[in-house]
Design a protein around this ligand. Structure first.
Ligand code: NAP
Length: 296
């Protein structure tokens, strides 16, 4: 679905140009999927506006409404038939309520709204903006180096051409997966968006275990990071189930068997399963909160 020229006639308006907006902009420009003049962003702070303008050659304005209106009018002026405009909401969840009020009646019906705001349901955005063409996406932090996992869903009003554009935009963050049910966004929030937290905790615990054995912290970190990276690549490239890969290194009465016994005794699987389930319940509860006061 990802097409190199999918964004050639698209104008993007980023509202709130922080870490995630910058990751998307950098990915799109680096992969030459669009030109700097196709991007406009808004940011309240002068230094940040100047920084992004200098770094990427894009237009950054102070006013959110102006960014939305500029995105719509500039592409339209070039080619009325083929132009399209996407408004990308990248503010923190606690800012979203006020922002939607600010943008109501500014977002035009032929503009597509893409939200990556954690916990913000499509229904909330649609009702507050009085707008129907909406995509809700949930990336994760490795997106900031183009290695993210983003799960997204779209309302029925989003056209086929716009779906292709979204595949391309979110593809700039790493891998992307289109799902049909919004419930799966909450599920992905628990598994892939919160996922780096589980991995970093395990990473940290293994490094500490290495230090406990007598390695320097620096050596323990190198051993653990390369082991994790190599194991992920091995699983990906071999296409084998993790249990099969684990069995390959578990000799009878050996070190892996001894370590597995201790992990099972300590209920590691149950703890991880409970953690993901709890994160899912939390994501669903946050989505029900209208004021969106809490974030990931
Ligand atoms: N980071 C991730 O990996 C990740 C993963 C999944 C989902 N998300 C979602 O992505 C969204 C953005 O996250 P982020 O990490 O990029 O946050 P961020 O770096 O804080 O970016 C948000 C930006 O919006 C600016 N801002 C504040 N108030 C504004 C307003 N009224 N109008 C316009 N801009 C305003 C902030 O300015 P200041 O710098 O002055 O505060 C900040 O630069 C969040 O909703 C988050 O839930 C992020």
């Amino acid at each position: 679905m990802n097409q190199p020229d999918a964004l050639s006639k698209v104008q993007l308006s980023f509202i709130g140009c922080g870490a995630m907006a910058e990751a998307i902009i950098a990915g799109l420009l680096k992969n030459q999927l669009l030109k700097p003049e196709q991007v406009v962003g808004s940011h309240p702070r002068t230094e940040r506006r100047e920084e992004l303008q200098a770094k990427y050659g894009i237009r950054i304005v102070e006013n959110n409404r102006a960014a939305v209106a500029f995105g719509h009018s500039s592409e339209r002026a070039k080619d009325r038939k083929k132009a399209s405009s996407i408004v990308i909401l990248t503010v923190k969840p606690q800012r979203l309520g006020a922002l939607l009020g600010e943008l109501r009646e500014v977002v035009q019906q032929d503009q597509l709204v893409l939200s990556i705001v954690a916990g913000a349901r499509i229904e909330t955005i649609a009702n507050d903006l009085l707008h129907r063409s909406i995509v809700r996406a949930m990336p994760n932090t490795p997106a900031q180096i183009g290695q993210g996992m983003t799960v997204w869903t779209a309302t029925p009003e989003v056209s086929e051409a716009q779906l292709v554009q979204i595949h391309t935009i979110l593809g700039a963050l790493g891998r992307e997966l289109h799902v049909t049910e919004e419930k799966m966004i909450d599920m992905a929030t628990a598994l892939s968006a919160t996922g780096p937290t589980y991995i970093f905790l395990v990473m940290e615990a293994l490094i500490d275990a290495g230090v406990h054995l007598g390695f320097s912290r620096h050596m323990a970190q190198e051993l653990v990071l390369q082991t994790m990276l190599g194991s992920v690549l091995f699983a990906q490239e071999s296409h084998k189930h993790p249990a099969e890969l684990r069995n390959m290194v578990t000799s009878p009465g050996g070190t892996s068997a001894e370590a597995i016994y201790q992990m099972e005794k300590g209920s590691l699987r149950t703890v991880l399963s409970k953690a993901v389930w709890a994160a899912y319940q939390r994501a669903a509860a946050l989505g029900r909160k209208v004021n969106l006061e809490v974030c990931l």
